[in-house]
Write a protein that binds this ligand. Structure first.
Ligand code: ATP
Length: 553
């Protein structure tokens, strides 16, 4: 019965009497109204199909109680059409699901530029809801400045795919690609817009830029550290005075003006010149060094300017280029400039003014592009007063003055320098030497008149001569017997001062040095763990020391 009722509901039902008169018809049978007579006739004649142009149908009839019940159902063709429609609907649903779950915003407009669909991502990206957009014309949205330019309208106008950067009134910036969809006649029916969030891309872009900058910074720091590890260039500078010297040298290396370095013998003038040259744009060209006090006048002149063939007895037959020519495009370091004879000072001034030299015995000037860095331990202004140094040359050379203090005036550098030289020797000779505290105190209390050079020589000598792994006062005394005038004292002397204050006890100096190293490591490495690895100490030890020295991370 149930089956019967279900059938009844999905069939057209007619009830007729046996004479063919209509007694009842249900709603579905109404659409066959025009053909009732034909259907009745067919049913009475026992036919099972019935076909008219628009309503091919199957009929099923049976008699009951002197009446005939006729069931009318669409033919298989109709069922097929219905199935196709259902299938199309399900494809359409799937397509909608795909569109709606896309991370890109998708907006579809019709051929008149009216928005007919948008997916949820579009609202997430732009802040414009379906309510704001669907059914609205893109022209209107443009006029109301909700969007600045419509990609769809341009695609409709230009009849091709268009990609633009669009600004939305909500503040978002998006990349929109509008693609026309054509019917089989090639006419545009719809425009599909693909929308990407550029605000996010911009953020990513700035993040990449930031990473690149950090990368560059790290690269520069690495270069600096590499330089520091290069024994030819590493310059120990723990005192403020020496740090200032380094800062000044690094800054001056970037410009091409004359530099005059003042400082006693052995303070590190040549080291600073090397740094200036290595960091300058001239670093690929030679750095030529000459000590103006080491040669007699005539020889110094021929060394600097060169000579033509046969210009003086003993001269090379072919002539010879001088150091100015050899330093072309590079740097020339004139050490002990105060010792340069007056006559040569005049010639040097001409080179600096005219950027050309003429060889001895020659007539033709040769252009030279050189940077001159000069150094002296003499008091040049006093020499100018005495008439032994030319004032005009002094001002030419002294455009940027750098003054390196004597080692006794920057005692904070003594222990770091000792370790620097000691490490070099240990590494070179495969040793593992160290100094006792007494020895370090003695080193710090001494004034080192020969400055860093004297300290370096003494550290090298005493380390190599000692047979103990820890070099102490006995080794020092022994070595002193071979060294004239060097007197080391473990007690602070009246004139051994540190920044004008009394000499700091060694333990405090070592602690100050240790705190300084920890601060540097913490500044350089992003975490305490990495700083501890670099300093080769336990993380817990490092934490304890950070607390002890009250270092802020
Ligand atoms: N700050 C420093 N760090 C490391 N080594 C240094 C430092 N200062 C000087 N030295 C070393 O000390 C020695 C003497 O230095 P340098 O030759 O540069 O001194 P100078 O002032 O030019 O001497 P002079 O005037 O006698 O020529 C060199 O071996 C140099 O490497």
């Amino acid at each position: 019965m149930n089956t019967f009722l279900t059938k009844i509901n999905s069939f057209g039902v007619l009830v007729i009497d046996l004479q063919g008169r209509l007694l009842y018809s249900n709603a579905l049978a109404k659409k066959y109204n025009y053909y009732i007579d034909a259907i009745t006739e067919a049913a009475l004649s026992g036919a099972s199909t019935f076909s008219l142009l628009h309503y091919p149908a199957e009929i099923e009839s049976f008699q009951d109680n002197g009446q005939m019940i006729v069931l009318i159902s669409p033919t298989n063709e109709m069922v097929r059409l219905k199935k196709e429609t259902d299938a199309l609907q399900s494809v359409r649903n799937e397509l909608n699901e795909v569109i709606n779950s896309s991370f890109d915003g998708i907006v579809i407009s019709d051929k008149d530029g009216i928005i007919i669909h948008q997916n949820p991502s579009y609202e997430q990206i732009t802040g414009l809801s379906a309510k704001d957009c669907i059914g609205r014309s893109l022209k209107e949205l443009e006029e109301e400045h909700i969007i600045d330019t419509s990609a769809s309208l341009r695609a409709l106008e230009e009849k091709k795919e268009v990609t633009i950067i669009q600004k939305i009134s909500t503040g978002a910036t998006v990349l929109v690609s509008a693609a026309p969809i054509r019917n089989k006649n090639g006419e545009i029916e719809k425009i599909v817009n693909n929308v990407r969030d550029l605000t996010q891309l911009n953020t990513l872009e700035s993040e990449i830029k930031l990473l690149e900058q950090q990368n560059q910074q790290i690269h520069q720091e690495l270069e600096f550290l590499k330089e520091q590890n290069d024994p030819r260039l590493s310059i120990i500078a723990h005192s403020d005075a020496m740090k200032d010297v380094l800062d000044r040298a690094i800054r001056v290396s970037q410009i091409d003006s004359g530099v005059l370095i003042h400082g006693a013998s052995g303070v590190g003038k040549e080291k600073i010149v090397e740094l200036i040259h290595q960091r300058s744009l001239r670093k690929e060209y030679p750095l030529i060094k000459i000590n103006c006090g080491a040669l007699p006048e005539s020889l110094l002149e021929s060394e600097l300017f060169g000579y033509e063939s046969g210009s003086f007895t003993g001269a090379n037959q072919k002539g010879k280029a001088g150091l100015f020519e050899a330093a072309h495009r590079g740097t020339i370091f004139l050490d002990e400039i105060g010792e340069m004879p007056l006559q040569l000072q005049v010639k040097l001034l001409r080179v600096l003014q005219e950027h050309e030299i003429t060889r001895i015995g020659g007539t033709k000037p040769t252009p030279v592009d050189i940077r001159v860095v000069a150094a002296t331990h003499r008091n040049l202004p006093e020499m100018i007063q005495q008439g032994t140094f030319r004032e005009d040359l002094y001002y030419r050379l002294n455009i940027i003055p750098i003054s390196i203090p004597a080692l006794k005036d920057r005692k904070e550098d003594v222990i770091p320098l000792i370790y620097h030289f000691l490490n070099g020797i240990n590494h070179k000779y495969g040793l593992n030497r160290s100094f006792t505290n007494d020895a370090l105190i003695a080193f710090t209390n001494y004034d080192w008149p020969g400055n860093v050079r004297e300290l370096q020589n003494f550290v090298e000598r005493i380390t190599l001569m000692s047979s103990n792994s820890e070099v102490g006062m006995t080794d020092l005394q022994k070595e002193l017997q071979f060294t004239n005038g060097l007197q080391l004292d473990t007690a602070p002397t009246a004139n051994s001062t540190l920044n004008g204050a009394e000499t700091m006890p060694l333990r405090e100096q070592l602690e100050a040095f240790e705190a300084e190293l920890i601060k540097e490591a913490l500044n350089y490495y992003p975490s305490i763990r990495q700083a501890a690895i670099a300093l080769k100490v336990d993380q817990s030890t490092l934490v304890r020391k950070i607390q002890k020295y009250e270092i802020e991370k």
